[in-house]
Ligand binder design. Structure first.
Ligand code: ADP
Ligand code: MG
Length: 439
């Protein structure tokens, strides 16, 4: 296949892809390179493995469609690391297995009073791993940037020393791999995977709660690394001592280094984050729109981003620029692509109001029936009425893991099948939640 003006064509393909899927568009799309167009395949060059994974996961069909529309041929696309790219091959190779999110870098992290200490301690650890703060323990509510910072640390540490071996994983993954290693009799492989690294980074360590054997295993992993001067970084939804049923010896170890909290961002930080996220998507929004979004969404940065996405999606479908009026209409009516969307906040408002409890109770560790029932109902309704994942729903309700949410949904489903009163209550709550969309 010989195509004239192929470089311009490639620019057209990128522009077309951006228009087709603005939500997943990033400003670095312009840095993608054309590797080849032959045998019906368009090779697209990416700077690193993280970018390849992002495109593969979120943008494959969009790029394929863009390529087919622009070339008029039935081409497929193939994302590959561009070996002429700037990153050193050795660094590229060593980052390959880490599965870092390309957006989660220090450059893309907005620093403010709520996260300054956490960001600074993460940055310090990259320069002297195992020495400055060990372990480093970050905690804070869901959606405040813990995972983002952990990825940024790994990325930066690799840049400083590509030879350092790093394991980055969620605690859930750690536990699952441990269970699998026991089942398959491969525990010594498991030990060598985790006890010989230079840096071990585990996200959402609260997942260890009530898992005694995994706690025991992690205790020995911790000791082996610590005594060899290797860096350990952990994140959780609460301070070590507040993680339920966590062994005392782990709590004390987590406090050996630096424990740092991330708070919800101030208004100014939220404005800066909205602008940063808009820039990352190659979007221009006015100050007043950024300020409006920052006022509207306060507690969770993930929701802040969601609001920006909603506004953007509406502007694309209506083909209008983003103005304060359109932003307001998009968020207040929550009309996403013609369908009305319920938010978790609506659900929480209606449920807490009905049961006369506070959101902070639902997010707390309290397990009394008067709190547990409304919490479970929130989880059930959130899964039924929104498109949030189990993890996201758990995140809103005090950082509970997906199994807890699943359990709650099953329980409420079961109860309502056998209990007409519960069924009526759920119908009534759903009606109120839907009415909120019109108020
Ligand atoms: P957590 O792990 O604490 O639940 P995440 O790290 O997943 O939160 O962050 C949720 C979203 O908010 C991510 O898209 C992340 O990039 C973004 N985010 C959080 N804090 C910041 C910040 N200070 N600057 C820019 N983006 C942020
Ligand atoms: Mg996280």
């Amino acid at each position: 296949m010989v195509i004239e003006g192929i470089d311009n064509l490639f620019i057209d393909i990128i522009e077309r892809a951006k228009a087709l899927d603005p939500v997943n568009t990033r400003n670095w799309f312009d840095k993608l390179t054309l590797l080849h167009l032959n045998g019906g395949t368009l090779g697209i060059g990416c700077p690193d493995e993280a970018t390849v994974e992002y495109l593969q996961e979120h943008c494959k069909s969009t790029f394929t469609r863009a390529a087919q529309e622009c070339t008029g041929y039935l081409v497929s696309v193939d994302f590959k690391v561009d070996h002429k790219g700037q990153e050193q091959p050795a660094l590229r190779e060593s980052k390959k297995r880490l599965k870092l999110h390309p957006d989660y870098t220090f450059d893309n992290f907005v620093v403010g009073p709520s996260n300054r200490l956490a960001q600074a301690s993460c940055a310090a650890v990259c320069h002297s791993p195992g020495i400055t703060y060990n372990p480093l323990f970050l905690y804070g509510n869901s959606g405040l940037g813990k995972t983002h910072l952990l990825h940024a640390v790994c990325c930066e540490t690799k840049k400083n020393n590509y030879k350092s071996s790093i394991q980055l994983l969620s605690c859930e993954d750690f536990v699952n791999r441990f269970i699998r290693a026991i089942e398959q009799g491969e525990i010594s492989d498991f030990h060598s995977q985790f006890r010989t690294v230079d840096m071990l980074v585990i996200d959402d360590i609260q997942f260890l709660q009530e898992r005694e054997q995994s706690q025991e295993e992690f205790f020995h992993t911790f000791n082996a690394l610590y005594h060899n001067g290797k860096q350990i970084i952990l994140s959780a939804d609460s301070a070590p001592a507040d993680i339920p049923s966590l062994e005392e010896r782990l709590i004390s170890r987590f406090n050996w280094g630096l424990v740092t909290r991330i708070d919800p961002p101030s208004y100014e930080t939220r404005v800066a984050i909205v602008k940063k996220k808009a820039h990352l998507r190659g979007l221009t929004i006015s100050d007043e729109v950024a300020e409006y979004i920052a006022r509207k969404v306060q507690a969770n940065i993930r929701e802040l981003e969601g609001a920006l996405t909603t506004i953007y999606a509406v502007s694309i479908t209506t083909n209008e620029d983003i103005t304060l009026q359109s932003a307001r209409a998009a968020l207040e009516d929550q009309i996403i692509l013609g369908t009305r969307a319920v938010s978790i906040t609506d659900i929480i408002d209606v449920v807490t109001n009905h049961f006369n409890v506070r959101l902070s109770d639902l997010q707390s560790k309290k397990r009394s029936q008067s709190i547990a029932l409304p919490r479970q109902i929130c989880m059930y309704l959130a899964r039924k009425l929104t498109r949030h994942s189990l993890e996201e729903v758990g995140g809103h309700l005090g950082g509970r893991d997906h199994t807890t949410v699943m359990h709650a949904c099953n329980k409420i489903t079961e109860v309502q099948e056998n209990d007409a009163q519960m069924k009526t209550l759920l119908q009534e709550l759903t009606k109120q939640i839907n009415q909120m969309q019109y108020s």
